[in-house]
Design a protein around this ligand. Structure first.
Ligand code: ITT
Length: 207
């Protein structure tokens, strides 16, 4: 049986990415679940040695739950570009380098598409994927996955959000995620879709 969370409980957000932490806290706040970020607890960032989003999410959730002795919610996510065989995928953060320069990471996507000779009048298909993992100390981990499909634009547009948001347009929309108010992105994002399932299964009183 899955562990449960209820209003008033406190969990660690097992992420060192400020953009993600902000989005996860905004999704959890209406449920009355309190959060503390891994960086505020001084937790080390574990090495993400997994080969899939799910494996990396488990590594991060388990490491934080055991270090903090509290339930921990981790998010492993990324952008998958169809014409690049799913890259950058689980390497999405790494493409931005040590300095976390996402202008450079977005430019690398544009360059690799050009080098791959992907010349088409159709926009490049891509999706964002998010796997959430919730872990309790010394208990099993529960996983939830969400995806949002769309296409890429160049040059980047908008200053909202984080990471690759300025080059991604979700299907049936015209604005990039970087041009959307946070609430609009939260209504349709990969993270929100994974979160809906997390709430349905794990948060008491929401089933
Ligand atoms: P933590 O592991 O500490 O959570 P991280 O940034 O290293 O932080 P990931 O390994 O999961 O996290 O990398 C995910 C990358 O994918 C992230 O750095 C963004 O560049 C990108 N990404 C994920 N969700 C995104 C979103 O909603 N909008 C834009 N980019 C996103």
């Amino acid at each position: 049986m899955a562990g449960k969370l209820r209003a008033g409980d406190k969990i660690v957000v097992a992420s060192h990415n400020a953009g993600k932490v902000r989005e996860i806290e905004a999704l959890l706040a209406p449920l009355g679940i309190e959060t503390i970020a891994a960086s505020d607890l001084g937790l080390a960032e574990p090495e993400e040695t997994g080969a899939t989003f799910a494996e990396n999410a488990v590594i991060k959730a388990v490491a934080a739950a055991e270090a903090a002795n509290m339930p921990a919610l981790a998010d492993d996510s990324g952008l998958e570009v169809e014409a690049l065989g799913g890259a950058p995928g689980i390497h999405s953060a790494r493409w931005a380098g040590e300095s976390k320069n996402f202008r450079r990471a977005m430019a690398r996507i544009a360059r690799e598409l050009a080098e791959a000779g992907v010349v088409s009048n159709e926009p490049n298909r891509a999706n964002f994927t998010c796997v959430l993992a919730i872990a309790w100390p010394l208990e099993r981990v529960h996983l939830f996955e969400g995806k949002v499909f769309g296409h890429l634009v160049w040059p980047p547009r908008g200053d909202y959000g984080f990471g690759y948001d300025p080059i991604f347009v979700a299907d049936d929309h015209e604005e990039t995620f970087g041009e959307m108010e946070p609430a609009q992105k939260h209504a349709i994002s990969h993270r929100a879709k994974a979160f809906e399932q997390f709430v349905a299964e794990i948060v008491e009183g929401r089933q």
